[in-house]
Ligand binder design. Sequence first.
Ligand code: SF4
Length: 239
Amino acid sequence: MKHLYGPVVSRRLGLSLGVSLTPHKTCDFDCLYCQLGKTTNKTRERRTYIAVGEIFDELRTWFQENASQAAQLAFVTLSGCGEPTLHTEFGTLIQRIKENFAVKVAVITNASYLNDRFVRSAIINADLIVPSLDAATQAVFERIDRPVPGLCIEGVIDGIVSLRNEFKGTLWLEVMLVKGVNDDIRHIRRLKEAIEKINPDKIQLNSPVRSTAEPGILPVGKNKLEKIREMLGEKCEIV
Ligand code: SF4
């Protein structure tokens, strides 16, 4: 299978079958902490990177050959080797999955295209959306996520707020904290203001534990992480 990975058991999603919609590694960010390594195709170009029919055929084969595992699946998750919303037909894939298999669909996204109403109208057919938000200021955004030039954090935050208003499913906001990069308490206060505007169902705090795109990327210590969790309120959990 070229475009599927897993299924993997994750603490967050349970048993999840991953689908990659782009070649490795196609993204408009180049996050310091990315577990996939450095972004080799840093782009804002939206196109059909892989034919939807090709991905769907793999899924159909997987469901046919793994009926008992399929019955246990919590989600088919669009994520993978880059940013899934860069694929212009990811919404078609969500619809085809939901029409053909009895499974929920999750989308893990860096949220950079959520201020585009066509992207939002496609993504709202998912059951669970997990956008990430690591920064509340442009300076921190550029430092941690290293987006393509011209992308502004206000637009990203506005996009997640618009999605929240239009999406009836479950929205978990993921915040990745890197020691010395975005864990300053003044920055966390700004992040909290943005999160209050978004009003997600859950806030999931994370800190890098595996290999990262850049060397020397450190997790935030346990005590500080706990303090930040308290600051962000009862919907916040450390994952
Ligand atoms: S947005 Fe995701 S895939 Fe893209 S660089 Fe960041 S962590 Fe990696």
